[in-house]
Structures are given as structure tokens and as C-alpha cells.
Design a protein around this ligand. Structure first.
Ligand code: R5P
Length: 223
């Protein structure tokens, strides 16, 4: 199976996971990226079965609206039963690295509001230790050089993601060659650097359910 077929399989599995829980009051939290897009596409035909969605990026909001799904501002929404999103890396504890598409901050905010985070990923994203994928850090633009120097002190090789502006108007620094021993501690440590908006470690609040696409089927892990 190709990577795209594995992504499609986990998008299908996520639909099966949430479908029994949909009702007219349900507002779903929706992530960003190629895997999340496949999930969004499968939500279209179900649009009359739930109220709408909150999106973690402008791109996902546009895709949802294009399918006739109402998109709400998070400030106007109470309960978010599920947040469904992909990941750049995920480990056995369902800690993740996210933000390859620069959407990490809004993703973390919507995930924080959700009762359950369903991570959908093809098998290549599963790792024993996080850090093979360069860890993204969203920074206030004027703090970029300062934050980069602080990240060097933590052992990272920071690289400014040239030409990328987040939906929040900020910059992204990617931390290369930065294997992470303790994701919960490192998430907090990086977030404590002045000028950091957030980093792409989703460990303090990881996923609750992982749907991992493998050639022999979708493996479901629930914590
Ligand atoms: O900022 C982007 C998000 O964190 C994505 O969820 C992540 O990069 C995975 O994207 P994809 O499903 O395209 O691999």
C-alpha cells in the first residue's frame, strides 16, 4: 500500500470512530495537513448529521466550508467531543511532534478544548523516540534570534523556516538533530522561553486514540 492509501485508510477509520457519536449539537475539532484533509473530505457527506466544526487553520476552515460544513469560531463553541488530526511523529505514549504544516499553535489550542484527541497517521510516523522529524517552534518574529540562541543551549540546531508565516502572523524555527528523551519536560522547557508561542511537542496533552495505518490494516491504540 502507498502512503496515501494508508492515510485514506486511517481517515476512514476515524469516520467509523466518530460516526456513532454524531448528533445535531456536535461540533468537531478538525486538524490540518494531508491526512486531516482526507478526513475532511469524508465528513462532507455526513454534514447533515452534526452541527459543524472548529478548524485549526484557515486552510482546513476553507476546505470544510467548501463541503458545506459550518465552521465556528472556537470562542463561540462550548463542548468539542473529538479533535481529529494527523502528526509528523507519534510514539507509544501517544506523544507527538506536530507543526510540519506550521499549524501547531491553533492545533494545540483546539486539541486542548477537546475531550478526545484522535491521531490519524500512516505507519511511517510511528517512532520509538521523538526527534527524527525537526521539532517546529512558533515564535514572535522579533524574538526569533533570541529564541534560536536559547534552543542551541538546549542542544538543538535551529533553522528559520524561510518564507513561512503562520496563521497567527508568526515565524517558525525548526529544531534539527534534537532527539527528545522526555517530551513532557521538553515541551514545558521550550514553552518557557520568552518569545515562544508554542512548540510542536504534544505531550502534556497527547492523543487519546491513535489510528495507525499499516499494510496489514489500521491499528487502534487507546490510552
Ligand atoms: O502543522 C501541521 C500539522 O501538525 C499536521 O498535522 C502534520 O504536519 C501532519 O501532516 P500530514 O498529515 O500532511 O503528514
Amino acid at each position: 500500500m502507498t502512503q496515501d492509501e494508508l492515510k485514506a485508510a486511517v481517515a476512514d477509520a476515524a469516520i467509523r470512530e466518530i460516526e456513532p457519536h454524531l448528533d445535531k449539537d456536535t461540533v468537531l475539532g478538525i486538524g490540518t495537513g494531508s491526512t486531516a484533509n482526507l478526513f475532511i473530505d469524508r465528513l462532507g457527506p455526513l454534514r447533515d448529521r452534526f452541527k459543524g466544526a472548529v478548524a485549526s487553520s484557515e486552510a482546513s476552515a476553507e476546505r470544510l466550508k467548501g463541503l458545506g460544513i459550518e465552521v465556528f469560531e472556537l470562542n463561540h463553541v462550548g463542548d468539542v467531543p473529538f479533535y481529529i488530526d494527523g502528526a509528523d511523529e507519534v510514539n507509544a505514549h501517544l506523544h507527538m511532534i506536530k507543526g510540519g504544516g506550521a499549524a501547531l499553535t491553533r492545533e494545540k489550542i483546539v486539541a486542548a478544548c477537546a475531550k478526545r484527541f484522535i491521531c490519524i497517521a500512516d505507519g511511517s510516523k510511528y517512532v520509538a523516540q521523538l526527534g527524527h522529524f525537526p521539532l517546529p517552534v512558533e515564535v514572535i518574529p522579533m524574538a526569533r534570534s533570541y529564541v534560536a540562541r536559547e534552543l542551541v543551549k538546549l542542544g538543538a540546531e535551529p533553522v528559520y523556516r524561510q518564507g513561512v508565516l503562520t496563521d497567527n502572523g508568526n515565524h517558525i524555527i525548526d529544531c534539527f538533530n534534537f532527539m527528545i528523551d522526555d517530551p513532557v519536560a521538553m515541551e514545558a522547557r521550550i514553552n518557557a522561553i520568552v518569545g515562544v508561542v508554542t512548540n510542536g511537542l504534544f505531550a502534556a496533552r497527547g492523543a487519546d486514540i491513535l489510528l495507525l495505518g499499516k499494510t496489514d490494516g489500521v491499528e487502534r491504540t487507546a490510552l
